[in-house]
Design a protein around this ligand. Sequence first.
Ligand code: NAG
Ligand code: NAG
Ligand code: NAG
Ligand code: NAG
Ligand code: NAG
Ligand code: NAG
Ligand code: NAG
Ligand code: NAG
Length: 565
Amino acid sequence: MIVKALLPFVFLGLVCGASSANFRVREKLNAAPHAFTSVGPASPEQTITLRLALAQGNAGGVVDALYSVSDPASSKYGQHLTKQEVESLVAPKSDTKDAVDTWLKTNGLTATTLSPAGDWISIQVPVSKANELFDANFTTFTNQNTGKDVIRTLSYSLPEVLQGHVDLVHPTVSFPASVELPLAAKQKRAFHSIVQRDPSSACSADNTTIPCLQELYGIPLTPATQKNNSLGVTGFFGNNAHRDWLKIFLQTYRPDMDPDTNYTFVGFDGGVDDPTAPSVSEGELDIQYTVGLATNVNVTYYFGGIDNQDGDLSGFLDELNLLLSLDTPPLVLTTSYGRSESGLTFDLVDKACQAYAQLGARGTTILFASGDSGVGCGQINETLFSPTFPSDCPFVTSVGGTQSFSPEEAWAGSSGGFSNYYARPSYQDAAVSAWLDAHGSENAGRFNASGRAFPDLAAKADRFIIYASVFFPIFGTSASSPTVASIIALINDRLLAQGRPPLGFLNPWLYSTGYQALTDITAGNSSIQCAAGEAPRGFDAVEGWDPVTGLGTPNFDKLLSLLDL
Ligand SMILES: *[C@@H]1O[C@H](CO)[C@@H](O)[C@H](O)[C@H]1NC(C)=O
Ligand SMILES: *[C@@H]1O[C@H](CO)[C@@H](O)[C@H](O)[C@H]1NC(C)=O
Ligand SMILES: *[C@@H]1O[C@H](CO)[C@@H](O)[C@H](O)[C@H]1NC(C)=O
Ligand SMILES: *[C@@H]1O[C@H](CO)[C@@H](O)[C@H](O)[C@H]1NC(C)=O
Ligand SMILES: *[C@@H]1O[C@H](CO)[C@@H](O)[C@H](O)[C@H]1NC(C)=O
Ligand SMILES: *[C@@H]1O[C@H](CO)[C@@H](O)[C@H](O)[C@H]1NC(C)=O
Ligand SMILES: *[C@@H]1O[C@H](CO)[C@@H](O)[C@H](O)[C@H]1NC(C)=O
Ligand SMILES: *[C@@H]1O[C@H](CO)[C@@H](O)[C@H](O)[C@H]1NC(C)=O
């Protein structure tokens, strides 16, 4: 019962009482997520911005196209779609555009188009008007964990004229994450101890550095050569990166590189390239390890501003619309932010997930850190594990974490598990079924065995030395994702040099072929203690795919030979 009360239950197509606009409930919660308490109706005069997702002309077409260009068994493998081809699939049909235009006009509204295909628009309206337009009850809720207020409604409806033309309105029933993002462990501390190191290895018990990763995964120091090659790094929540600190980092760990090697800054939602901003580590980590590993690859920092602080996916959606608007989006995108899947409605999650499919269909490899809280401590109830977004999306590649070296083992914080929203995609059927057969009874009932399973692969997550005024170690899958992104970017460089397409969406290739170039991680676990006095719980890293380290960690030389490079 309690589970039901806390889960967002979405009711579609229920006819609401007698109303002139003939409203139909579109999304509805029984209650706000448990961290949020209502403090009364939102002020009627307050202006809010609402995004409307319009029905796409051929939504299923994008996923079909994604698989056909990403599955090595397909005759269209590698034949990525152009911007125009993707847009022609997702652009709303003319009856949808007409219906929405008429509704806007009738209500005296002007909309801003947010996405290049025109399937997202936004309107700014006072709360009173929003309540009227969508038969809603916008309310102020306080997040008990952060003290921050948000305006949400527990239900909203669409007038008859928009039914079938508008898929959802946001932000309405999806709440910000109940705890602050990013997922990255803020387990940083000033560096002091110097542990004896193995003189034959660049890795040591107390440091993961660029030379260590180069040695461990066989990453070459040779500069990339292809002008078209590119790597995008996402930044949110004030995680600025600093060029003067990058320079000191490069001087220390890449003395062979030009210390002034730059990256491109692209701000959105008011994100500003501010060299005086305080460091919150994640930005330095992501930039220092991509610029430092993906030698001579054009790295761009896509940095979202203060508007994203809500953590309700608005920043993710804005970044997606920005990238989709580019003629040449980055060939690899790494993001070390995410949140619990619960608290977001499936419809909203799916809008973002389908947009990642659009980018993937165009040839971008999309990597996300799997998260740093192991199996996830009961966001819904104390017992149930909690999967993370966007790793739950079947159209992205999720990167878990390892620790130590020779051999690596699972990093205890490495998030992994099973989505409650997405069924297991066929590309991972064999690998995940094998794990379920052998290990699915452990922790049974705490996870959804039929769901999309993650992570897909892994890389080191322990003690990455970064520079921000001082050198200090930082932990988390936040470090793993940029590492894998750099490797993929260097592989792409060799592919482009041979006139071949970039790797694009990895998973169908990874599970059918690419796993042979990975080192299977078979020791360690993701056990974490969720509550004082409770035994730690989690999954073990085992032979084959597992929900801690996926298929394993990359080996550059094996990747090259598998790809005939
Ligand atoms: C709207 O929400 C407020 C709480 O913010 C509640 O007191 C009120 O009863 C609700 N109104 C309706 C019509 O549901
Ligand atoms: C680890 O990194 C720190 C900071 O760069 C450095 O001072 C220390 O000497 C390193 N330790 C080893 C064993 O390399
Ligand atoms: C690479 O860039 C050149 C010049 O801008 C362009 O003509 C070509 O289509 C690009 N190739 C790819 C694979 O993007
Ligand atoms: C680095 O790039 C930024 C633009 O992204 C530019 O403003 C800055 O001048 C560049 N720095 C150097 C040292 O070239
Ligand atoms: C690097 O990528 C950015 C963003 O796509 C672009 O603006 C810039 O011109 C590129 N720089 C080089 C040297 O290709
Ligand atoms: C949590 O979920 C499990 C599995 O559905 C259920 O058996 C248990 O009663 C729930 N616990 C609480 C406190 O709701
Ligand atoms: C489990 O996942 C499936 C999708 O694979 C979904 O349909 C189902 O609702 C999920 N069950 C729960 C309890 O969330
Ligand atoms: C998980 O790994 C830790 C060491 O990282 C170990 O102490 C613990 O016993 C392991 N737990 C299980 C259940 O294997």
